[in-house]
Design a protein around this ligand. Structure first.
Ligand code: NDP
Ligand code: 2IT
Length: 445
């Protein structure tokens, strides 16, 4: 039996023809596994891939709520419970108008292997809604999240499925959802992560994805005899992941030139300082305004309707959303001298962009390795909740650094080329192997 990734992707396409993002994630994954699977036929004999691409369960539900004008609104809610081999389903909730089953299946599929890489007992899942929190009042967000949880609560639990944040779901949304879950179940458990540090949340969870990304990039740089100090960095996005990636990069001596939102990019030639970043945190997390205001306040350049990828720099950290780096963007980055790309977002690089990075020998970290710090600290939040304890910032940060270092080491171990590390293949094989061996051990379920 010889495995052909092309044939396998064709069969996934046939079955899921309306799910382009999911097909893309599967294609990227199985393409890098071909040699490994042909050398290890036990995974083919056990039909591991065929089983992995079918979620264990998908829940889709109606979310009715009333807006501030008294008008009824209907959104669609989802939870994809993808794989529970390594632990309870674990993964974020995304609230964004582009949310659909394809997007959540791609995210859930990636989450399985990301969670595996953390070494923690976490299965993979993802959920969310096509609700757009951008133009909503706090009261509307509360009514929507309460309605969302009124259905979701029966499908999740601290030992079953533990959602967290993602795009459009931050501290405010997690707070309202936790409150409603507690009210419905009359139980205070660690059913969500990303909770406030005053009421069961872990220290460093907010920071974890962005910090973890920069810790991973540090490892890659060290491996190539470089350091982050003095490097110029492009960051996209200005949400949770972007803010803390910028914070850590600045702390380690890098110069961050850009941040963005869905309307445009700010290009600050002098570099974003900690003080300027505080302004962005307040602008985005409290006032919920647009990044354009930064350009006006600090006389920075504003690239309206553009992403950061045309700016010259050493390192690119995409931290906004999927497919935000097109083929042309990747070429522009290469032409401008970028030598390292670390994905903070999930699947921000299109397949064509990845090809361009590969053929130009760009050091490239796929999101499922480099953005795993967020879910890793979620796993640590679950441990703390089970113990009814809270660790200090230093303890959690130490653990996060160790986990990112271990993920880097695993990717290096499974990379075919030891001189120029293929982090995609390395991370995919390492993530896959733990799940696949455990699936075989647990029998055909
Ligand atoms: P936030 O909602 O906090 O921020 C998202 C940022 O990306 C905002 O600046 C937003 O701009 C921008 N953005 C969103 N959609 C688009 C779009 N279609 N085009 C351009 N810009 C866009 O989300 P997070 O920071 O939590 O998530 C960012 C990425 O990181 C996502 O891919 C997520 O899956 C991934 N991730 C998140 C983790 C976490 O712990 N939160 C963990 C691992 C990965 P605007 O405000 O204008 O919409
Ligand atoms: O994509 C991700 O890893 C997340 N959004 C975080 C998931 C989590 O459960 O913390």
């Amino acid at each position: 039996m010889k495995f052909s990734s092309k044939q396998f992707v064709a069969s996934v396409k046939e079955k899921n023809s309306y799910e382009p993002e999911f097909i893309q994630a599967v294609e990227e994954f199985v393409g890098s596994l071909e040699d490994f699977l042909n050398k290890n036929p036990v995974y083919l004999e056990n039909k591991i891939l065929e089983r992995l691409v079918e979620p264990e369960r998908v829940i889709i539900f109606r979310v009715p709520w009333v807006d501030d004008k008294g008008e009824t609104q209907i959104n669609r809610g989802f939870r994809v419970q993808f794989n529970s081999t390594l632990g309870p389903y674990k993964g974020g909730l995304r609230f964004h108008p582009t949310v659909n089953l394809s997007v959540l299946k791609f995210l859930g599929f990636e989450q399985i292997f990301k969670n595996s890489l953390t070494g923690l007992p976490l299965g993979g899942g993802k959920g969310g809604s096509d609700f757009d929190p951008h133009d909503k009042s706090d009261a509307e967000v509360m009514r929507f999240t309460q309605s969302f949880m009124t259905e979701l609560y029966r499908h999740i639990g601290a030992d079953t499925d533990i959602p967290a944040g993602d795009i459009g779901v931050g501290a405010r949304e997690i707070g309202y959802m936790f409150g409603q879950y507690k009210r419905l179940k009359n139980e205070f458990t660690g059913v969500l992560t990303g909770k406030g540090v005053l009421w069961g949340g872990s220290n460093i969870r907010s920071e974890a994805t962005g910090y973890g990304l920069v810790y991973f990039v540090e490892q890659m740089l060290r491996h190539s005899g470089e350091e982050i100090k003095g490097k110029t960095v492009l960051v996209s996005g200005s949400g949770n992941v972007a803010q803390y990636a910028v914070e850590k990069a600045i702390q380690l001596g890098a110069k961050v030139l850009t941040m963005s939102d869905s309307e445009g990019t700010i290009y600050d030639k002098d570099g974003i300082t900690e003080e300027k970043l505080d302004y962005i945190k307040n602008l985005k997390n409290v006032r919920r305004g647009r990044i354009k205001d930064y350009a006006e306040k600090y006389s920075a350049e504003y690239l309206e309707g553009k992403n950061p990828w045309s700016v010259k720099a050493d390192i690119a950290l995409p931290c906004a959303t999927q497919n935000e780096i097109s083929k042309a963007d990747a070429q522009a980055l290469v032409d401008n001298g970028i030598f390292l790309v670390g994905e903070g977002a999930n699947m921000p690089s299109s397949l064509e962009a990845v090809d361009i990075f590969r053929s130009n020998k760009i050091i490239f970290a796929p999101g499922k390795a480099s953005n795993a710090g967020g879910v890793a600290v979620s796993g640590l939040e679950m441990s703390q909740n089970s113990m009814r304890l809270q660790w200090t910032r230093e303890e959690v940060d130490d653990n996060l650094q160790k986990i990112m270092k271990e993920i880097h080491a695993k990717a290096v171990e499974y990379s075919k080329d030891k001189d120029r590390i293929d982090y995609i293949t390395g991370a995919n094989i390492a993530g896959f192997k733990r799940v696949a061996d455990s699936m075989i051990a647990q029998g055909l379920v």
